[in-house]
Design a protein around this ligand. Structure first.
Ligand code: NAD
Length: 481
């Protein structure tokens, strides 16, 4: 059995307490590795290493930081195949998806922030003959990055890269459910020439290791992606300690489909936005509102396409839907399908586990599920399911669909499908969401602000927003008079 280790001060180290937690392969429903079940003792070592390394890293030239982060991007590319296989094994996602999306994006994150720091600048405010102000933007010191299991290396690197680029030392914790690629990243950083202690990677449970990290007195900022419930818990612990917080949380994203849309593109994209990564992307559209005049046609075509999606082993090239990430999550998704039926929903396709054969017989597979007949305000349509389950609902007017779309406590992303420019832009302004896509989905430009409103989060990642988060502004005023 593979045994993972923490990465502290540039070295792989066993957890001080000697405890390990099981790591499952969702495709087989079996344990295949173990990861450190770290505690305060490991946190103390990582924090000491980070504190010692940070001043020198902050003093490293922008060129040198660019070079090292760029080397990390190249290191990820060089080991892309191995990383994609690891990601798929840990998470249950199809290998081809990890090859096409997760790993290239992890590399792109390092490349992007390597470049971004070379373009990052602060402001000056000229007071004419009276003098001027300028703003310094230095690193914060030691920061904590905590990430979830759905896009493991992709989201881990999305936080770590800007934190390092800005001159901070990082103590990072991947999800205990999917630790493998974060474990491999240590080696890649070593080879890329990242000085020891600048990035420390600890493995362990959220309630123990996570809390030890977020409450640590040395930590200046916490960048967190995960559930709204955990985000609230981190805020409860960290806010009284005056730590800077960036919280990227859950979603319940609406798709607004109008009869005048580019139908084929919409249909193709909506299948993807519903079921990519088994529906376990925070940006997946799980509430699909369709203009009444298009509803029956959409329902027939959509259900036909969804039924054709092959659920299968993540290693098979023709698998479109792999395993969901864990037994607990599998049971949660099935309980929501049950709830939807109790609330009066009709299952149009899916709605049940899928039983595979042979070594995959105990894996956690759920057929992509489409449900109709539910009110916009029932629990199924208000709570995040985060699996291969969507609801479809008809609407008559723009006002009505806007009210439905904005009716949840979440506000991460929304998608609008229409050819009418004025309608698209008016709705984009009025939708309560941090990200609105018009006639597309998941088209990402890493320079843009990324994040949600309402219970989907606080703060923005991406581009200079991330570099601003990971730096402290200091105003300096000079008087000429
Ligand atoms: P989670 O909140 O259970 O865990 C996320 C991370 O937080 C894990 O590393 C976990 O160990 C850690 N953690 C748990 N309790 C903690 C605590 N008390 N203190 C500190 N850390 C703690 O989330 P998950 O189940 O891993 O991920 C799924 C959730 O993530 C969904 O709600 C999804 O919408 C959300 N998500 C949001 C975005 C976004 O950008 N907004 C992106 C991806 C996923």
């Amino acid at each position: 059995m593979k045994r993972l280790a923490n990465f502290i001060n540039g070295q792989y180290q066993a957890p001080v307490g000697g405890a390990y937690l099981p790591v499952f392969e969702p495709a087989k429903g079996a344990v295949y590795a173990e990861a450190p079940d770290s505690d305060e003792q490991d946190v103390a070592l990582a924090m000491a290493a980070a504190k010692a390394a940070q001043p020198q890293w902050a003093g490293t030239s922008i060129d040198e930081r660019y070079r090292i982060l760029h080397n990390i991007a190249l290191g990820i590319e060089k080991r892309a195949e191995e990383l994609a296989a690891a990601e798929s094994r840990d998470n249950g996602k199809p290998v081809w998806l990890a090859q096409e999306v997760d790993i290239p994006r992890a590399s792109a994150n390092f490349r992007f922030f390597a470049q971004a720091i070379t373009q990052f600048a602060s402001q000056a405010h000229d007071n004419g003959p009276g003098g001027f102000n300028y703003t310094l933007r230095g690193p914060l010191g030691v920061v904590v990055c905590i990430s979830p299991w759905n896009l493991p290396l992709y989201l881990f690197s999305w936080k770590i890269a800007p934190a390092l680029a800005a001159g901070n030392a990082v103590v990072a914790k991947p999800s205990e459910v999917t630790p493998l690629t974060a474990y491999l990243l240590g080696e890649i950083c070593q080879e890329a020439g990242l000085p020891p202690g600048v990035l420390n990677i600890l493995h362990g449970y959220g309630h123990r290791l996570g809390t030890a990290l977020t409450s640590h007195p040395q930590v200046k900022a916490i960048s967190f992606t995960g559930s709204t419930r955990t985000g609230a818990e981190i805020a409860r612990v960290a806010a009284p300690l005056f730590k800077k917080l960036s919280l990227e949380l859950g979603g319940k994203n609406p798709n607004l489909i109008f009869a005048d849309c580019d139908y084929d593109k919409m249909l193709r994209t909506t299948v993807r936005s519903s079921f990519a990564n088994q529906g376990q992307i925070c940006l997946c559209g799980s509430r699909i509102f369709v203009e009444a005049s298009l509803y029956d046609q959409f329902k027939a075509d959509f259900v036909e396409k969804v039924k054709a999606l092959k659920v299968g082993a993540p290693t098979a090239a023709d698998t479109k839907v792999g395993a969901v990430v864990s037994q607990a999550h599998y049971e949660k998704i099935l309980s929501y399908i049950q709830l939807a039926q109790e609330e009066g929903g009709r299952i149009l396709c899916g709605g049940a586990p899928v039983q595979l054969d042979g070594e995959y017989a105990n894996g956690w597979y759920i057929a992509p599920t489409v449900i109709e007949g539910l009110a916009h305000d029932c629990r199924t349509n208000q709570e995040e399911i985060f699996g291969p389950v969507v609801t479809i609902m008809p609407f008559e007017t723009e006002e009505e669909v806007l009210q439905y779309a904005n009716s949840t406590e979440y506000g991460l992303a929304a998608t609008i499908w229409t050819q009418k420019l004025d309608r698209a832009h008016k709705l984009a302004r009025e939708l309560e969401a941090g990200i609105v896509w018009i006639n597309t989905w998941l088209k990402r430009d890493l320079r843009t602000p990324f994040g949600g409103v309402k219970n989907s989060g606080v703060g923005r990642e991406g581009g200079f927003e991330a570099l601003r988060f990971f730096t402290e502004p200091k105003n300096v005023c000079l008087d000429f008079e």
